[in-house]
Design a binder for this molecule. Structure first.
Ligand SMILES: Nc1ncnc2c1ncn2[C@@H]1O[C@H](COP(=O)(O)OP(=O)(O)OP(=O)(O)O)[C@@H](O)[C@H]1O
Length: 187
């Protein structure tokens, strides 16, 4: 089986390198965690995979036609916005999958009227419900209490549908629960 993505000695950053060299590969259906201390460059690595950070050295190989969905660590929260979660998932192409009932209820609400945790779940569904082959989640447990985190774990298991997930989290329990393996990241 060919990997979906291969990072070989990747060094990435902005005006200067901040992470790497990192080497790993991702195969279809895997759930892999990126683990490292604050500032180690985990978010930068995800951005490098989607072309939002600069690659200084090493090699990044993506399977032809690979579709990625990227949940950023702190998605912009609209202060005043008449759009609902439903509008968002239609815009992101996530409307093709049926959300679980508790997520569907949130999608009916205006995004500027959701709590921080509810907004986080809607943003994550916009990725999980999309047709992407590879989903990148950056600190998906942000703003979630333990009950909501348990709901997120169920959502990931049911919503992934055999696709591939690369997830950054500082919560070791969460990483251990959802991931089949972990890649260490350091500057
Ligand atoms: N847009 C940017 N321009 C320049 N430097 C940046 C930018 N974003 C992040 N950095 C720097 O890159 C380094 C790695 O940051 P990054 O956010 O990737 O780390 P992280 O491992 O995700 O951290 P955390 O666990 O705290 O979220 C930090 O030193 C940070 O200051």
């Amino acid at each position: 089986m060919q990997p979906l993505l291969v990072c070989d000695g990747l060094i990435a950053g902005y005006d200067r390198p901040v992470v790497g060299p990192v080497s790993f590969d991702l195969y279809a259906g895997e759930v892999v965690g990126l683990l490292g201390s604050n500032g180690a460059g985990k978010s930068t690595l995800l951005k490098a995979l989607t072309g939002q950070a600069r690659i200084f050295d090493g090699c990044l190989t993506r399977a032809p036609g690979l579709r990625m969905a990227h949940h950023r660590q702190q998605p912009v929260r609209p202060r005043e916005c008449p759009l609902t979660g439903d509008d968002l998932v239609r815009l992101t192409g996530a409307g093709r999958r049926t959300p679980p009932g508790d997520v569907a209820r949130l999608l009916d609400c205006r995004m500027d009227q959701l709590s921080g945790g509810q907004f986080q779940i809607v943003q994550i569904w916009a990725c999980l419900g999309s047709p992407a082959d590879l989903i990148l989640l950056d600190e998906p447990t942000n703003n979630l209490d333990p009950e909501a985190t348990a709901g997120l774990i169920r959502l990931i298991r049911e919503g992934l549908g055999g696709r591939t997930l690369l997830v950054v989290s500082h919560e070791a329990d969460f990483i251990q629960t959802v991931c089949s393996r972990v890649v260490p990241v350091s500057p």
